[in-house]
Design a protein around this ligand. Structure first.
Ligand code: URA
Length: 209
C-alpha cells in the first residue's frame, strides 16, 4: 500500500496488542481495555512531532525554563466506535478538548449519514485528532474529517487501528494532506463493508451489542 499520507505503526507492543484485539475469544471487557491501551500506544507515536514551547518554571532548587506542548489539542471520536478510543487518547493528553461527530453507515448504501456534531471552537486553533478504530470503506472517516474542515479545522490527523486498502485510497483521494495512522493495513473489504481478516464489528465488540 503506497499512500504518502499513510503511517503504519509497527511497534512490537502495538502489534502484540492488536493480535489480542483481533481474536474472537477476546470478550467485551478485555476488548475495551486492549483497545484503550493500543490507542494510548498509538498516541505516543502520532504526537512525535508536536511542537513545544518554553515555559518558565521553578524547581525546588532554582528558576529555569522547560518545555510544554505548544498547541491545544482537540480529540474528535466518530460515534460510536470512536468513543472506545477516547480514554486511550486522554491517558496521554488529559487536557485535550473533546468534540463528537455522529455518523452511521447506511447498511444498504454503505454511505455515511450525519446525525450529531459538536466541536470545540475556534477549531482552527487546535491540533485535531479524529479517531475511529476501523478505516473500512473510508466513507465515514472522509465525511468526518470533511465536517471538521467545514468547521474551521486545519491541522488534522486521522487515527485508526485497522485499515483496508480501499478505505485508505478513498480517504486519501479527498484528504491527501491529512495523515492516517494505523496499526495495520488488512487485505480487503467484503461486500458488507467488513475488513478481512479484521476484528469484526468494533462497536459491537466494545459495547456488547
Ligand atoms: N467497522 C467495523 O467495526 N468493522 C469492520 O470490519 C468494518 C467497519
Amino acid at each position: 500500500m503506497d499512500s504518502k499520507n499513510l503511517n503504519v505503526v509497527r511497534h512490537p507492543l502495538i502489534q502484540n496488542k492488536l493480535t489480542y484485539l483481533r481474536e474472537k475469544q477476546t470478550d467485551n471487557q478485555d476488548f475495551r481495555l486492549i483497545l484503550e491501551e493500543l490507542t494510548t500506544l498509538m498516541v505516543y507515536e502520532i504526537t512525535r512531532n508536536y511542537p513545544l514551547k518554553e515555559k518558565a518554571i521553578e524547581t525546588p532548587l532554582e528558576k529555569t525554563t522547560s518545555k510544554t506542548l505548544a498547541t491545544k489539542i482537540a480529540l474528535v471520536p466518530i460515534l460510536r466506535a470512536g468513543v472506545g478510543m477516547l480514554e486511550g487518547v486522554l491517558n496521554l493528553l488529559p487536557k485535550a478538548r473533546v468534540g463528537h461527530i455522529g455518523l452511521y453507515r447506511n447498511e444498504e448504501t454503505l454511505k455515511p449519514v450525519e446525525y450529531y456534531k459538536k466541536l470545540p471552537q475556534p477549531l482552527e486553533e487546535f491540533q485535531i485528532i479524529v479517531v475511529d478504530p476501523m478505516l473500512a470503506t473510508g466513507g465515514t472517516a472522509r465525511a468526518g474529517v470533511e465536517l471538521v474542515k467545514e468547521e474551521g479545522g486545519q491541522n488534522v490527523q486521522f487515527l485508526c487501528l485497522v485499515a483496508a486498502p480501499e478505505g485508505i485510497e478513498n480517504f486519501s483521494e479527498k484528504h491527501p494532506n491529512v495523515p492516517i495512522y494505523t496499526a495495520a493495513v488488512d487485505e480487503r473489504l467484503d461486500e458488507k463493508g467488513y475488513i478481512h481478516p479484521g476484528l469484526g464489528d468494533a462497536g459491537d465488540r466494545l459495547f456488547g451489542t
